[in-house]
Design a protein around this ligand. Structure first.
Ligand SMILES: Nc1ncnc2c1ncn2[C@@H]1O[C@H](COP(=O)(O)OP(=O)(O)O)[C@@H](O)[C@H]1O
Ligand SMILES: [Mg+2]
Length: 382
């Protein structure tokens, strides 16, 4: 829609895994090198993992472009299937004709083996690539392992590449899959782009699409990075929508407002998540500082003014800090007692700590508005 308006030869931010648009970040380059090196290797399983949208499938298509001339490649994009279905799909991909209707696993494996031996005799390598491998069933993964057993006296006949989301790594840590895990000869994890790479990525995609004009001012890159976390698919979604918005407003450059609006329209949930995440990080920091201050004073590093020794017995205060029956003195205290005691706290919000020389314990004193202590007592079941 906006293609002509911005003088673009193609849509710059499509979400198709088109290798033509490949931007070789340092990680993408390394990952591709790992895969290329692995394909030339002696067989086994290569593992490529990465968060959703980080470019695994696009990278896999780049790999295909580079190896197709020397290798027979079978690529399975949706491996949510049974063992028989997977083997039948591999046969289809390798153009193996299986003369039997509803063939058994043995017939299929024999046919694949014959094909691999033939390819090997012709000096061609065979590569099986399985995308979205986190969807593989355990029995199917086990069958894949068995395929790595197909070999001559000197080398394995099939190189397998498993591509998947990070949960694939967790799956492979399961005890029942340890034999599969032991066949993995190389692993690579693809992360999101850095802030600088996001800038280069946007320029790269626009340039490939035929424009050098700064449709996205550099000043927007920080926001784009924050909104998308550097995940290329999200960048594409947001940039595509931002260009549409800019076109509708008949402007030549994306503005901060258009970018925010675009992000809200296409990745609404992620933005909320980002906001929650930053809120959580800030609260944790404040809490850590708060507790750290108390700990320093508890250690006697800073002498406390007398007004800080007041309303509660040190034991009660310690319970509030510990928050669990771990403070033995308090195991029998009921919530209502604590709440009642807390409710008479006279001081407004403040926090202090001291040594308690009589008992020899380090005790933290907690001063808070009555409601706050009641809340703690209720929630933490002291
Ligand atoms: N390095 C990259 N260069 C160019 N485009 C990329 C890159 N990484 C991801 N993309 C783009 O992001 C989108 C999602 O990529 P994809 O490979 O499908 O991610 P994944 O398979 O990891 O979920 C696609 O439009 C793809 O073109
Ligand atoms: Mg993918």
């Amino acid at each position: 829609m906006y293609q002509d308006y911005f003088h673009l030869t193609r849509m710059p931010f499509s979400i198709a895994p088109d290798p033509y648009f490949m931007f070789m970040s340092e990680r993408h380059r390394e990952a591709l090198s790992h895969l290329l090196y692995g394909v030339q290797g002696e067989g086994g399983i290569l593992l490529l993992t990465g968060e959703v949208g980080t470019g695994k499938t696009t990278l896999c298509r780049c790999l295909l472009e580079q190896i197709e001339a020397q290798c027979n490649v079978a690529i399975i994009l949706n491996p949510k299937m049974s063992v028989e279905e997977l083997l039948a799909s591999i046969c289809d991909e390798f153009h193996i004709h299986v003369p039997v209707q509803a063939p058994s696993v043995k017939v299929l494996v024999d046919a694949i083996n014959a094909h691999l031996l033939d390819a090997n005799a012709k000096g061609r390598r065979a590569v099986l690539i399985i995308d979205e491998a986190q969807n593989l069933r355990v029995d199917v993964l086990e069958q894949i392992r068995l395929l790595t057993n197909l070999e001559t006296n000197t080398r394995k006949l099939l190189q397998i590449i498993l591509i998947g989301q990070p949960e694939l790594q967790d799956m492979l840590r399961r005890p029942e899959l340890r034999q599969v895990a032991q066949r993995i000869v190389a692993r690579y994890h693809l992360g999101p782009l850095t802030r600088l790479e996001v800038a280069a990525y946007v320029v790269h995609r626009l340039r490939i699409s035929g424009t050098q004009t700064p449709v996205f001012p550099y000043s927007l890159i920080g926001s784009l990075y924050r909104l998308t976390g550097g995940v290329p698919r999200l960048i594409n979604l947001v940039c595509d929508r931002a260009l549409l918005g800019t076109y509708v407003q008949r402007q030549l450059q994306v503005t901060p407002k258009t970018l925010e609006k675009a992000a809200r329209e296409v990745i609404d949930v992620s933005i909320r998540q980002l906001r929650w995440r930053s809120l959580f990080a800030w609260s944790s920091l404040v809490l850590a500082l708060y507790m750290g201050w108390g700990a320093v004073m508890a250690a006697g590093a800073i002498p406390l003014p007398p007004w800080m020794f007041s309303w509660q017995t040190p034991e009660w205060s310690a319970a509030v800090i510990a928050g669990t029956p771990a403070a033995p003195l308090l195991e029998n205290a009921s919530v209502s007692t604590v709440a009642a005691q807390a409710a008479v706290a006279p001081e407004p919000m403040s926090f202090a700590a001291s040594n308690q020389p009589a008992s020899g314990k380090h005790v933290l004193l907690w001063y808070a508005p009555p409601g706050f202590n009641t809340l703690l007592a209720g929630n933490w079941r002291i």
